[in-house]
Design a protein around this ligand. Structure first.
Ligand code: CP
Ligand code: NVA
Length: 307
């Protein structure tokens, strides 16, 4: 049966590890496999802006022997004019996979339910699972085994990045902490799903409102923009609410001395993170951005093997 990747917990711990290990092999030998030779086409659809996701999928699909077809929703019939499921039925006759950056998670679910080709979530309002594969790959490169590490995400706990951290880390057996104002805590249902996974993998999920308590002694510190795409109208209130969650040198000093700093980018220096931290020696954000390419190639190879 076709496998899709709509949320981080669409993979088991073993499957996640399999993809991360394949990503590492593809990083050392970039053109070793060409499952899209033909060339076959992969549709990559954007309802929201993107630099990294657009480039890494386009380059990755080409590396795998295929052709990326980048579709902007504004110039397509998607986005009110045609349903996701009708679009899926049209695309599946011609493309090997569908990658989609969108708003509602429900749209991705509708697309996946309507097609026999793999559908990949390239960011929704709720999750950013491709980013988490790259983040976990980066952490493995710098720290080795994932299970047993402790990672803190600070800022907007309800964001796609925070919620993907919760699910992906629980899957990997990591102790994940989210520090956010109470009203921006991750969704209860996401936390419940992650708790159930963590009970099997040995990970854990803990929610904090105090950023100082949340970063004490941790292996990895992560943040993301306080104003995700689609939330621009709430900017003023958000800047007010998230001020005390800024990752600065004082906060980083409370984590382990060699703690890593990650950020999916784009970053707003001076808001969620200071320039000193993101441009400092503990930051691995450029490896993280490069690893989007390798992780997504591994994901596509893995999904195409099962299609
Ligand atoms: N991190 C990330 O997804 O970046 P883009 O919005 O540039 O794709
Ligand atoms: N949380 C951010 C991630 C951007 C890659 C957003 O959704 O805008």
């Amino acid at each position: 049966m076709t496998r899709h990747f709509l949320r981080d917990d669409d993979l088991t711990q073993l499957e996640q590890l399999e993809i991360l290990e394949l990503a590492e092999r593809l990083k050392t030998d970039r053109f070793q496999t060409r499952p899209l030779a033909g060339p076959q086409t992969v549709a990559v659809i954007f309802d929201k802006s993107s630099t990294r996701t657009r480039v890494s999928f386009a380059v990755g699909i080409a590396d795998l022997g295929g052709i990326p077809l980048i579709i902007s929703t504004a110039n397509s019939q998607l986005g009110g004019k045609e349903t996701a499921s009708d679009t899926a039925r049209v695309l599946e006759r011609q493309v090997a996979a569908i990658v989609w950056r969108t708003y509602a998670q429900a749209g991705l679910e509708e697309m996946a339910a309507g097609t026999t080709v793999p559908v990949v979530n390239a960011l929704s309002d709720d999750f950013h699972p491709c980013q988490l594969l790259a983040d976990l790959m980066t952490i493995r490169e710098h720290r080795g085994e994932l299970a047993g590490l402790t990672i803190t995400f600070l800022g907007d706990g309800r964001s796609n990045m925070a919620q993907s951290y919760v699910l992906a880390c629980a899957t990997a057996g990591i102790n994940v902490r989210v520090a956010s104002p109470a009203e921006y805590a991750p969704d209860d249902a996401v936390v419940a799903d992650a708790d159930a996974i963590a009970a099997k993998t040995g990970g854990s999920v803990s929610l904090f409102t105090d950023p100082i308590e949340a970063v004490a002694g941790v292996d990895v510190v992560v943040t993301d923009t306080w104003v995700s795409m689609g939330k621009e109208d709430e900017k003023a209130a958000r800047l007010q609410s998230f001020g005390q969650y800024q990752v600065n040198a004082e906060l980083m000093a409370l984590a382990k001395p060699d703690a890593l700093f990650l950020h999916c980018l784009p970053a707003d220096r001076g808001f969620e993170v200071t320039a000193e931290v993101i441009d400092g020696i503990q930051s691995v954000v450029w490896d993280e951005a490069e690893n989007r390419l390798h992780a997504q190639k591994a994901l596509l190879v893995w999904l195409l093997e099962r299609a």
